[in-house]
Structures are given as C-alpha cells and as structure tokens.
Design a protein around this ligand. Sequence first.
Ligand SMILES: [Zn+2]
Length: 313
Amino acid sequence: MTAVDPLDAISDPARRAQLALFRALDGAVRSSDELRSTLAGFRSQKGIYKPRGSPYALWIRETRRGAYPDKQLVVRPDGSWEYDYAPEGRHGKTDLTLATNRALLKCLEDRVPVGVVRQIPGSGRGRLYEVAGLGYVTGFDGAHFRLRGEPIDVSEPPTIAPADFRFEPFDRVAPTLALTLRRNREERFRLAIRRVYHERCSLCNIGYRVGRTPLAIQAAHLIPFEDGGTSKDVRNGILLCSNHHALFDRFAWTFDEELRIRVTDDRGFRASAARNHILQLDGHRLSNLPDLDQDRPDPVAIRYRMEMFERNQ
Ligand SMILES: [Zn+2]
C-alpha cells in the first residue's frame, strides 16, 4: 500500500497550504502578532475560524479564558493527541446551529483536518500560543467536540482505541521509501517524544530553554533507526539532554525494564564521571517519565537496548 498524505486530497490550494502550515508549525510557540501575519483569519477571529464560502472550519483557537485553559494535550503512543473543545455558544448556551459549530461538524462528517492553536502562559507583551498541528474532529459528546491530533505517520488514520496500540518494534518500510516522507516521520517522532516528556531529560529532569526555545534536549531511539527501529511509536523513544544522549549512545548507561538506571562498569568512564551526579543515579528510576503508563518505553525496545549495552561492556 502506498502511503498517502491526507492533505493531498484537499482540492482548494489555499486551504491546503494553510493546513500544511499548521503541520509545519506543529509544536512551535508563536506570539499572536506572528500568527496574525501567517494564519488566515487570526487577526479578526477567535474560537473557531470558518473562511467565508467554505463549509469547513480551518482552525480552532483555545484561549486561556476558555473552559479548560490549563488542560494538557493527552498524547497517545502513535504520537496523536486527544483534546476536548467546547463549541461556541449564544447567550451562554451551546448552539450547534451557529455557522462555526456547523463547520466543525462538517469536518467531522467528511474527515477534514483542522489546525489547532492553544494559548499558553507567557510573560511580557502579547499573547503566546502553541501550535498543536492538525487534528481531526472524531465526535461530539453533547458538551464538547472531541479532537484527535495527527499521528506521527500522517498517512495512517489515528488509532482510536487504546487496545489497538500494539507495539511494533520495527518499521516495515522499504529503505527506498521516499526520503522526504521518511524525514518527515523522523521529525514528527522527535516532536511527539518532546511533547510526551514535556521537554525535559528523562534521566536528569532538566529542560533548558532560552526565551521560548528549548535547547540541548534531544529525542533518542531505543532500537536505533539504523537497525530499523520504529519511528512511529513513542515507546521506542526517550527524551534526553545532549550530555546524557551522547553517553547513552556510547553505552555509558542504559535502563532496565523497571526503568532503573544502569551505569557502565567501565573504569575510565567511572573515573571521569566521579564528580558527576550520573554515578549517584545508578540503580535509581528514571526521574522524568510520560504522564501515561502506555507511553513509556516498551519492554521489547528496552531489552534490545540492554543487549546492545551488554555487548558493548
Ligand atoms: Zn540529562
């Protein structure tokens, strides 16, 4: 089966370009001024934006004054997120006959994605938003629209039932798969890992940031990419600071199925790291883990990594 990008099915080029922009900005933090200059309707519209003449909504915006201002996105192993969005109302009551709400229902009916931006706390001038990429409206429960973000592999529909999240340790893709598609998937894998570990190193719990930009934080594969390790599932990954990533890649440490840190016995390393707290972490549990148990590293991937570690001792 050939991988198909759902955006290719959108015939209106302007609309397709805007949706592609949401995907490209996924995970980015931008000021409202910056978004006004790039996103259609952002200057004038709040809540749900439905371009004139289109039956579909193009994007939704969550503001901090909304019903659930502090709610985090719930990320699933395939990298998709879940999120509930309150419909627009009239006189304090939900009114599904409003054009904006109808435009979201139309997206649900025809499985058309919408862009999602969410205001985040910020200081200084202007409001800050996090772009959450593209999402699909998967239902309306009487009080909220249920939204589901695009998975890492955009050509696959997001898995709905958690029971379906079976861990496939290896990607069954031909190495000849279009390079851009592969690269795109790697980027989305890294983004999903960052989201699930909240931009902090799993080992030392540090998340460096300068201004709005996270720095020196990297997503690592457990089963390496070169060995065909999957990039479609966050359970084959972990987020590390650049020091701990480099040491992980050189088998200075790993972790076991109980997520306990194991530091190499290598004398040279132990002597050089004597003043570093990594030696004191030996035997301790990883300090920063995903909120959901189901997003944690998979035992199959952990064992694979442990075998690599043992071979390199
Ligand atoms: Zn670290």
